[in-house]
Design a protein. Structure first.
Length: 263
Protein backbone atom coordinates (compact mmCIF):
# COMPACT_ATOMS: atom_id res chain seq x y z
CA UNK A 1 0.00 0.00 0.00
CA UNK A 2 1.39 3.38 -1.05
CA UNK A 3 1.91 6.09 1.53
CA UNK A 4 -1.22 8.28 1.33
CA UNK A 5 -0.41 11.54 -0.58
CA UNK A 6 -0.91 14.71 1.45
CA UNK A 7 -4.52 15.58 0.64
CA UNK A 8 -5.91 18.39 2.80
CA UNK A 9 -8.56 17.58 5.35
CA UNK A 10 -11.61 19.67 6.20
CA UNK A 11 -13.21 19.25 9.61
CA UNK A 12 -16.99 18.93 9.39
CA UNK A 13 -19.28 19.62 12.36
CA UNK A 14 -19.00 16.85 14.94
CA UNK A 15 -15.20 16.84 14.50
CA UNK A 16 -15.46 14.66 11.40
CA UNK A 17 -12.28 14.83 9.31
CA UNK A 18 -13.01 14.61 5.58
CA UNK A 19 -10.29 14.26 2.90
CA UNK A 20 -10.97 17.08 0.44
CA UNK A 21 -10.37 14.96 -2.65
CA UNK A 22 -12.29 11.75 -3.17
CA UNK A 23 -12.80 9.17 -5.89
CA UNK A 24 -16.04 9.71 -7.79
CA UNK A 25 -17.60 6.38 -8.66
CA UNK A 26 -20.53 7.13 -10.94
CA UNK A 27 -20.42 4.44 -13.68
CA UNK A 28 -17.71 2.43 -11.89
CA UNK A 29 -19.52 -0.88 -11.56
CA UNK A 30 -18.82 -4.60 -11.52
CA UNK A 31 -15.37 -6.12 -11.51
CA UNK A 32 -13.78 -3.22 -13.44
CA UNK A 33 -15.38 -0.69 -11.10
CA UNK A 34 -14.14 -2.52 -8.03
CA UNK A 35 -10.64 -2.71 -9.54
CA UNK A 36 -10.65 1.05 -10.14
CA UNK A 37 -11.69 1.68 -6.54
CA UNK A 38 -8.98 -0.71 -5.32
CA UNK A 39 -6.43 1.11 -7.51
CA UNK A 40 -7.50 4.41 -5.98
CA UNK A 41 -7.05 3.14 -2.43
CA UNK A 42 -3.66 1.75 -3.45
CA UNK A 43 -2.74 5.17 -4.93
CA UNK A 44 -3.62 6.90 -1.67
CA UNK A 45 -7.26 7.97 -1.96
CA UNK A 46 -8.99 7.82 1.41
CA UNK A 47 -12.42 9.08 0.34
CA UNK A 48 -14.89 7.19 -1.87
CA UNK A 49 -18.05 8.86 -3.17
CA UNK A 50 -20.78 6.34 -3.92
CA UNK A 51 -24.60 6.47 -3.94
CA UNK A 52 -27.56 4.13 -3.83
CA UNK A 53 -28.32 5.28 -7.38
CA UNK A 54 -24.88 4.25 -8.67
CA UNK A 55 -25.57 0.59 -7.83
CA UNK A 56 -21.95 0.10 -6.74
CA UNK A 57 -21.93 0.26 -2.96
CA UNK A 58 -21.11 -3.46 -2.80
CA UNK A 59 -18.10 -2.90 -5.09
CA UNK A 60 -16.97 -0.02 -2.87
CA UNK A 61 -17.33 -2.18 0.24
CA UNK A 62 -15.32 -4.99 -1.31
CA UNK A 63 -12.60 -2.59 -2.46
CA UNK A 64 -12.24 -1.19 1.07
CA UNK A 65 -12.31 -4.66 2.66
CA UNK A 66 -9.65 -5.91 0.25
CA UNK A 67 -7.39 -2.87 0.67
CA UNK A 68 -5.83 -3.87 3.96
CA UNK A 69 -6.91 -0.49 5.35
CA UNK A 70 -8.91 -0.23 8.52
CA UNK A 71 -12.49 0.94 7.93
CA UNK A 72 -11.71 4.03 10.00
CA UNK A 73 -9.00 5.06 7.52
CA UNK A 74 -11.40 5.40 4.59
CA UNK A 75 -14.06 8.13 4.39
CA UNK A 76 -17.20 6.78 2.72
CA UNK A 77 -19.86 9.09 1.31
CA UNK A 78 -23.16 7.72 0.01
CA UNK A 79 -26.45 9.29 -1.01
CA UNK A 80 -30.17 8.82 -0.49
CA UNK A 81 -32.14 8.97 -3.76
CA UNK A 82 -34.87 11.59 -3.41
CA UNK A 83 -37.38 8.95 -4.57
CA UNK A 84 -36.72 7.15 -1.28
CA UNK A 85 -38.02 10.07 0.80
CA UNK A 86 -39.99 8.54 3.66
CA UNK A 87 -37.89 5.38 3.53
CA UNK A 88 -34.66 6.89 4.83
CA UNK A 89 -34.03 4.33 7.55
CA UNK A 90 -34.52 1.30 5.29
CA UNK A 91 -32.42 2.85 2.54
CA UNK A 92 -29.54 3.59 4.91
CA UNK A 93 -29.70 0.00 6.19
CA UNK A 94 -29.44 -1.24 2.59
CA UNK A 95 -26.44 1.03 1.94
CA UNK A 96 -24.68 -0.15 5.09
CA UNK A 97 -25.35 -3.80 4.25
CA UNK A 98 -24.03 -3.40 0.70
CA UNK A 99 -20.96 -1.55 1.93
CA UNK A 100 -20.37 -4.06 4.73
CA UNK A 101 -20.05 -1.33 7.35
CA UNK A 102 -21.96 -0.21 10.43
CA UNK A 103 -21.74 3.52 9.60
CA UNK A 104 -21.27 6.01 6.77
CA UNK A 105 -18.90 8.93 7.18
CA UNK A 106 -21.22 11.19 5.19
CA UNK A 107 -24.75 10.62 3.92
CA UNK A 108 -26.29 13.09 1.50
CA UNK A 109 -29.77 13.66 0.11
CA UNK A 110 -28.92 13.15 -3.58
CA UNK A 111 -31.40 15.72 -4.95
CA UNK A 112 -33.93 17.92 -3.16
CA UNK A 113 -37.16 15.94 -2.86
CA UNK A 114 -40.16 17.81 -4.21
CA UNK A 115 -41.96 20.38 -2.08
CA UNK A 116 -43.20 19.49 1.35
CA UNK A 117 -41.09 16.42 1.99
CA UNK A 118 -37.91 18.53 2.05
CA UNK A 119 -37.74 19.20 5.79
CA UNK A 120 -38.93 15.79 7.10
CA UNK A 121 -36.21 14.08 5.05
CA UNK A 122 -33.61 16.33 6.60
CA UNK A 123 -35.01 15.69 10.10
CA UNK A 124 -34.75 11.95 9.48
CA UNK A 125 -31.12 12.29 8.35
CA UNK A 126 -30.32 14.23 11.52
CA UNK A 127 -31.98 11.52 13.64
CA UNK A 128 -29.99 8.75 11.94
CA UNK A 129 -26.81 10.77 12.40
CA UNK A 130 -27.62 11.13 16.10
CA UNK A 131 -27.96 7.34 16.28
CA UNK A 132 -24.40 7.06 14.94
CA UNK A 133 -25.28 5.47 11.62
CA UNK A 134 -23.77 8.38 9.68
CA UNK A 135 -21.05 10.51 11.22
CA UNK A 136 -22.13 13.56 9.20
CA UNK A 137 -25.10 14.35 6.99
CA UNK A 138 -25.61 16.79 4.17
CA UNK A 139 -27.28 17.48 0.86
CA UNK A 140 -26.52 17.56 -2.85
CA UNK A 141 -27.85 19.83 -5.58
CA UNK A 142 -29.54 22.14 -3.05
CA UNK A 143 -29.77 25.90 -3.50
CA UNK A 144 -28.80 28.27 -0.69
CA UNK A 145 -32.50 29.13 -0.29
CA UNK A 146 -33.31 25.44 0.27
CA UNK A 147 -30.46 25.16 2.76
CA UNK A 148 -31.83 28.21 4.58
CA UNK A 149 -35.20 26.47 4.90
CA UNK A 150 -33.53 23.41 6.49
CA UNK A 151 -31.65 25.63 8.93
CA UNK A 152 -34.76 27.67 9.73
CA UNK A 153 -36.75 24.60 10.77
CA UNK A 154 -34.10 22.44 12.43
CA UNK A 155 -31.39 24.91 13.42
CA UNK A 156 -28.87 22.60 11.78
CA UNK A 157 -27.05 23.23 8.53
CA UNK A 158 -25.99 20.40 6.23
CA UNK A 159 -22.30 19.60 6.74
CA UNK A 160 -21.80 19.50 2.96
CA UNK A 161 -23.60 20.52 -0.22
CA UNK A 162 -22.34 18.47 -3.19
CA UNK A 163 -22.89 20.54 -6.33
CA UNK A 164 -21.41 20.73 -9.84
CA UNK A 165 -18.25 22.82 -9.69
CA UNK A 166 -15.38 23.67 -12.03
CA UNK A 167 -13.54 26.83 -13.14
CA UNK A 168 -16.34 27.61 -15.58
CA UNK A 169 -18.87 27.48 -12.73
CA UNK A 170 -16.76 29.53 -10.33
CA UNK A 171 -19.00 31.89 -8.36
CA UNK A 172 -17.45 33.68 -5.39
CA UNK A 173 -20.88 34.66 -4.03
CA UNK A 174 -22.06 31.03 -3.94
CA UNK A 175 -18.87 29.99 -2.14
CA UNK A 176 -19.24 32.84 0.36
CA UNK A 177 -22.91 31.92 0.94
CA UNK A 178 -21.98 28.37 1.85
CA UNK A 179 -19.08 29.54 4.05
CA UNK A 180 -21.38 31.94 5.96
CA UNK A 181 -23.72 29.05 6.69
CA UNK A 182 -20.90 26.69 7.72
CA UNK A 183 -21.56 24.38 4.76
CA UNK A 184 -18.58 22.80 2.95
CA UNK A 185 -18.94 22.84 -0.83
CA UNK A 186 -18.01 19.53 -2.44
CA UNK A 187 -17.74 19.96 -6.19
CA UNK A 188 -18.70 17.21 -8.59
CA UNK A 189 -17.83 16.72 -12.28
CA UNK A 190 -14.69 18.89 -11.85
CA UNK A 191 -13.14 17.63 -15.10
CA UNK A 192 -16.27 16.99 -17.14
CA UNK A 193 -17.24 20.58 -16.43
CA UNK A 194 -13.84 21.83 -17.63
CA UNK A 195 -12.27 22.38 -21.03
CA UNK A 196 -8.93 20.71 -20.30
CA UNK A 197 -7.45 22.05 -23.56
CA UNK A 198 -8.12 25.65 -22.54
CA UNK A 199 -4.85 27.64 -22.94
CA UNK A 200 -5.15 29.07 -19.41
CA UNK A 201 -5.18 25.54 -17.95
CA UNK A 202 -2.56 24.09 -20.31
CA UNK A 203 -0.31 27.13 -19.78
CA UNK A 204 -0.41 26.86 -15.99
CA UNK A 205 -0.02 23.09 -16.19
CA UNK A 206 3.05 23.49 -18.42
CA UNK A 207 4.61 26.00 -16.03
CA UNK A 208 4.38 23.49 -13.16
CA UNK A 209 5.06 20.33 -15.16
CA UNK A 210 1.66 18.86 -14.23
CA UNK A 211 -1.51 17.97 -16.15
CA UNK A 212 -4.44 20.37 -16.77
CA UNK A 213 -6.61 17.97 -14.72
CA UNK A 214 -4.25 18.40 -11.77
CA UNK A 215 -4.46 22.18 -12.14
CA UNK A 216 -8.28 22.04 -12.02
CA UNK A 217 -8.30 19.81 -8.94
CA UNK A 218 -5.67 21.90 -7.15
CA UNK A 219 -7.70 25.04 -7.92
CA UNK A 220 -10.70 23.51 -6.10
CA UNK A 221 -8.59 22.81 -3.01
CA UNK A 222 -7.07 26.32 -3.15
CA UNK A 223 -10.62 27.71 -2.80
CA UNK A 224 -11.43 25.37 0.09
CA UNK A 225 -13.77 23.40 -2.17
CA UNK A 226 -13.68 19.63 -1.70
CA UNK A 227 -14.00 17.62 -4.90
CA UNK A 228 -14.72 14.12 -6.15
CA UNK A 229 -13.15 13.00 -9.41
CA UNK A 230 -13.84 9.82 -11.33
CA UNK A 231 -11.47 7.78 -13.43
CA UNK A 232 -11.45 4.14 -14.44
CA UNK A 233 -7.82 4.33 -15.55
CA UNK A 234 -5.06 3.55 -13.00
CA UNK A 235 -2.71 6.13 -14.55
CA UNK A 236 -5.29 8.94 -14.39
CA UNK A 237 -6.43 7.81 -10.93
CA UNK A 238 -2.84 8.29 -9.69
CA UNK A 239 -2.41 11.54 -11.66
CA UNK A 240 -5.52 13.07 -10.14
CA UNK A 241 -4.34 12.64 -6.56
CA UNK A 242 -0.74 13.72 -7.20
CA UNK A 243 -1.30 17.31 -6.13
CA UNK A 244 1.15 17.76 -3.28
CA UNK A 245 4.19 18.69 -5.34
CA UNK A 246 2.98 22.04 -6.68
CA UNK A 247 1.10 25.16 -5.56
CA UNK A 248 -0.89 27.70 -7.54
CA UNK A 249 -0.05 31.38 -7.08
CA UNK A 250 -2.79 33.93 -6.34
CA UNK A 251 -2.31 35.24 -9.86
CA UNK A 252 -2.82 31.77 -11.37
CA UNK A 253 -5.92 31.17 -9.21
CA UNK A 254 -7.32 34.49 -10.44
CA UNK A 255 -6.72 33.55 -14.09
CA UNK A 256 -8.52 30.23 -13.56
CA UNK A 257 -11.39 32.03 -11.77
CA UNK A 258 -11.72 34.24 -14.86
CA UNK A 259 -12.71 31.24 -16.98
CA UNK A 260 -16.15 31.59 -15.38
CA UNK A 261 -16.58 34.88 -17.23
CA UNK A 262 -16.23 33.04 -20.55
CA UNK A 263 -19.34 30.90 -19.98
N1 LIG B 1 -24.37 14.48 -6.52
C1 LIG B 1 -24.63 14.39 -7.82
O1 LIG B 1 -25.74 14.65 -8.30
C2 LIG B 1 -23.51 13.97 -8.74
C3 LIG B 1 -23.66 14.10 -10.13
C4 LIG B 1 -22.59 13.74 -10.95
C5 LIG B 1 -21.42 13.24 -10.37
N2 LIG B 1 -21.33 13.07 -9.01
C6 LIG B 1 -20.11 12.49 -8.38
O2 LIG B 1 -18.98 13.21 -8.84
C7 LIG B 1 -18.05 12.30 -9.42
C8 LIG B 1 -17.20 12.99 -10.45
O3 LIG B 1 -17.98 13.53 -11.49
P1 LIG B 1 -18.09 12.87 -12.94
O4 LIG B 1 -17.84 11.42 -12.87
O5 LIG B 1 -19.38 13.35 -13.50
O6 LIG B 1 -16.97 13.64 -13.77
P2 LIG B 1 -15.40 13.96 -13.60
O7 LIG B 1 -14.84 13.21 -12.44
O8 LIG B 1 -15.27 15.43 -13.65
O9 LIG B 1 -14.81 13.44 -14.95
C9 LIG B 1 -14.74 12.09 -15.27
C10 LIG B 1 -14.28 11.99 -16.72
O10 LIG B 1 -12.97 12.57 -16.84
C11 LIG B 1 -12.06 11.57 -17.34
N3 LIG B 1 -10.79 11.80 -16.61
C12 LIG B 1 -10.48 11.42 -15.34
N4 LIG B 1 -9.24 11.82 -15.01
C13 LIG B 1 -8.73 12.46 -16.09
C14 LIG B 1 -7.50 13.11 -16.35
N5 LIG B 1 -6.53 13.16 -15.44
N6 LIG B 1 -7.33 13.68 -17.57
C15 LIG B 1 -8.30 13.62 -18.51
N7 LIG B 1 -9.50 13.03 -18.32
C16 LIG B 1 -9.73 12.45 -17.11
C17 LIG B 1 -12.69 10.25 -17.01
O11 LIG B 1 -12.32 9.28 -17.95
P3 LIG B 1 -11.57 7.90 -17.48
O12 LIG B 1 -12.49 7.21 -16.53
O13 LIG B 1 -11.40 7.17 -18.78
O14 LIG B 1 -10.28 8.33 -16.86
C18 LIG B 1 -14.19 10.56 -17.17
O15 LIG B 1 -14.56 10.53 -18.55
C19 LIG B 1 -18.95 11.18 -9.95
O16 LIG B 1 -18.23 10.02 -10.30
C20 LIG B 1 -19.88 11.03 -8.76
O17 LIG B 1 -19.22 10.33 -7.72
C21 LIG B 1 -22.34 13.45 -8.18
Amino acid sequence: MTQAPAIPIVTLPGDVAMPMLGLGTWRLRGRAGQQAMAAALEAGYRHIDTATMYGNEAEAGRAVAGSGLDRSEVFITSKLPSGRAGRERATLSESLRALGTSYLDLWLVHWPPAGRTLVPVWQELLALRDEGRARAVGVSNYSLAQIDRLIEVTGQAPAVNQIPWSPRRHDAAVLAGHRERGVTVMGYSPLKGSQLTDPVLTGIAGAHGVSPAQVVLKWHLAHGVATVVKSADPGRIADNIGLARFSLSEEEIGRIDSLSRER
